[in-house]
Design a protein around this ligand. Structure first.
Ligand SMILES: [Zn+2]
Length: 472
C-alpha cells in the first residue's frame, strides 16, 4: 500500500503520466496502476527499473512511511474500505482521486476509524458467538485441552513465590507473585458491576471485589487479570479473540493455583491408589469444583493418558460449557454449537439435580450411542445459580475413580433418536395445543436457545407440570 503511494507521489512530482512512466520501464500503464493501487507486489527487477526511471534509490520506494500527510490519508481510506465493517455498508468503492479535498479525506478516515472501533467491541450476534465457541472447542480438543506455553508461563510466574508444591497457594504467595510482576492489589467495594477485576495499567494496580464466590474468587480473578498481562493480550479484535483470551486467562489462573507438577503428582498418586476424585483437588488446592474439574481435563489426557469430558449446565439442562476428547456426542445445533443446547435428561449433569444430596458428588454409568461413560457430577454450592459440573471418562477408565462402585446406570439415546426430547405420547396427546408457556429469557447464554415449540421451553416439563396441577 505505502509502496504504491510512494510510487504515485514520485511519479506525479516528476510530472509523469502512467503511460510515460510505463514507457520508460517497458511496462503497460495498467500494470503500473495496479502497483500504485497496492493490488500487485512488484518484482525486485521492476522495482529497480522504476527507481532508476524516477532517479531515486530503491530504498526510497520501499520506505514504510507515507510520502505526505495527504498520501497517509489516502492509504488509510484505502485500507479502511477493505475492512469488513466498511464493506458491510455496501457502498461502491470510493476511488480517491486528486479532486477529493484533503479535509473530506480526513473526515472519512476519522469516521471509518470510529466505525472500526465500534465494530471491534467484543460483542457478537448469537450466530457469531456460537461459531466462535465451536471453533475454540475444536482447537482445544486438538491439543487435548493442554497448552504447554501457558503452563510454562504459569510456572515462571509462580517461581518468585517460593511455592514448593503440594497444597494451596497462600494469600501471601499470591501477593508476592503479583508484586513480583509489579502489580499492587486493591480490594474495593465499588467495583463496576459489569467487571470481575479492573487493571490500572498506568499505576500497576489490580482492583478486585472481596467476595469469595466460585471460579470468581478473588484469587482466581487476580490471577486471570495477571494472566491477560503476562500472556500479552491486547484489546480483543472481535468476539472470537475475546473468548480465546478469556479461556487463556482462566487456564493461566488454574495453572498457577494448581501447578502442573504438583497437580500431576497428586493425580498420578490418586490414580495409582484407584481413588481419583475431583473433590480432592478442590480440597487440596482450595479451588472451586468447576476449576478443579476443568483443570483435570487439562492434565488427564496429556499426563494420565485418559480421555475425558467436562460439562457445565443449569438445572434445566441447558449447557453453558462443554469439552470432550472421549467421543461423547453432545447435543448440537446445525452449526456445531453446544452452548445453549439442552443435555439428555439421563446424563449425570441432570440426574444430580434430583439426587438426595446435590452438593455431594453424584456418580453414574451412562450408556450412550457413542459408548458407556463413568460420570461424576456435582452442583457447585459456591455459585448462587446452581450449576452442575460434570467430569466423565470412558467406561474402561472408571477403574481409577472413587465412586466406580455405584449401581446407578442410565441409558441415553440422545442426541439422536427418541430418547427424551419428546414428551411421552400419552402426555402429548392430552396437552398438545393446550399449553401456552411464556419462555424465560436466557440472555446470559451467548447462543441460541434449544429449539422446541416455544424456544427455550422444555415441552415435557411444561406438560408434566400441567398434568400434575390439572389433577388437583
Ligand atoms: Zn435423552
Amino acid at each position: 500500500m505505502t509502496l504504491g503511494q510512494r510510487l504515485r507521489h514520485l511519479r506525479r512530482s516528476r510530472g509523469l503520466t502512467l503511460a510515460e512512466l510505463g514507457e520508460r520501464v517497458g511496462r503497460a500503464p495498467s500494470a503500473l496502476s495496479l502497483l500504485e493501487n497496492g493490488r500487485r507486489e512488484p518484482k525486485l527487477s521492476v522495482l529497480e527499473d522504476l527507481a532508476r526511471a524516477l532517479s531515486v534509490p530503491v530504498e526510497e520506494l520501499l520506505r514504510r512511511q507515507a510520502p505526505s500527510h495527504r498520501a497517509q490519508l489516502e492509504i488509510a481510506l484505502e485500507e479502511a474500505q477493505r475492512d469488513a465493517a466498511y464493506a458491510e455498508l455496501g457502498l461502491p468503492h470510493l476511488k480517491v482521486g486528486t479532486r477529493v479535498p484533503t479535509d473530506v479525506l480526513e473526515h472519512l478516515v476519522k469516521l471509518a476509524g470510529a466505525l472500526r472501533d465500534q465494530r471491534a467491541k467484543p460483542t457478537a450476534t448469537p450466530e457469531e458467538a456460537r461459531l466462535a465457541n465451536a471453533e475454540l472447542r475444536s482447537a482445544m480438543r486438538e491439543r487435548a485441552n493442554y497448552f504447554s506455553a501457558i503452563e510454562r508461563i504459569a510456572d515462571q510466574a509462580l517461581a518468585p513465590a517460593g511455592y514448593t508444591g503440594g497444597g494451596a497457594l497462600s494469600q501471601g504467595m499470591l501477593l508476592s507473585v503479583m508484586s513480583h510482576h509489579g502489580f499492587a492489589v486493591r480490594y474495593v467495594q465499588d467495583l463496576p458491576r459489569s467487571v470481575r477485576s479492573l487493571t490500572d495499567l498506568r499505576n500497576h494496580r489490580i482492583y478486585v471485589k472481596q467476595e469469595p464466590v466460585g471460579t470468581h474468587s478473588p484469587r482466581a480473578v487476580l490471577l486471570q487479570a495477571l494472566g491477560h498481562f503476562l500472556l500479552g493480550h491486547e484489546a480483543p479484535r472481535d468476539f472470537a479473540d475475546f473468548l480465546r483470551q478469556r479461556v487463556e486467562a482462566n487456564y493461566f489462573a488454574a495453572a498457577v493455583l494448581m501447578p502442573e507438577k504438583a497437580a500431576v503428582r497428586f493425580l498420578a498418586d490418586a490414580k495409582d491408589a484407584r481413588d481419583l476424585a475431583v473433590e480432592d483437588l478442590v480440597d487440596t488446592f482450595s479451588v472451586s469444583y468447576e476449576m478443579a474439574a476443568h483443570r483435570f481435563t487439562n492434565l488427564a489426557t496429556e499426563h494420565l493418558d485418559m480421555p475425558c469430558h467436562f460439562t457445565k449446565n443449569d438445572s434445566g439442562g441447558v449447557i453453558y460449557k462443554a469439552y470432550e476428547c472421549d467421543g461423547l456426542l453432545f447435543p448440537a445445533d446445525p452449526s456445531g454449537a453446544i452452548e445453549g443446547q439442552r443435555m439428555c435428561r439421563k446424563w449425570a449433569g441432570r440426574q444430580v439435580f434430583s439426587a438426595p444430596d446435590r452438593f455431594s458428588p453424584h456418580c453414574q454409568y451412562s450408556a450412550t450411542p457413542s459408548g458407556t461413560y463413568f460420570c461424576v457430577s456435582q452442583v457447585d454450592p459456591r455459585t448462587d445459580r446452581g450449576f452442575a459440573i460434570t467430569l466423565g471418562v470412558p467406561y474402561e477408565h472408571s477403574r481409577w475413580f472413587r465412586g466406580r462402585d455405584t449401581s446407578t446406570r442410565m441409558r441415553s439415546g440422545c442426541p439422536d433418536g427418541d430418547c427424551c426430547k419428546h414428551p411421552p405420547a400419552d402426555l402429548a396427546a392430552r396437552w398438545e395445543g393446550m399449553a401456552w408457556p411464556s419462555a424465560r429469557a436466557h440472555s446470559h447464554v451467548l447462543s441460541a436457545l434449544p429449539a422446541g415449540i416455544f424456544p427455550g421451553v422444555d415441552d415435557a416439563d411444561v406438560y408434566e407440570f400441567l398434568d400434575r396441577h390439572a389433577a388437583t
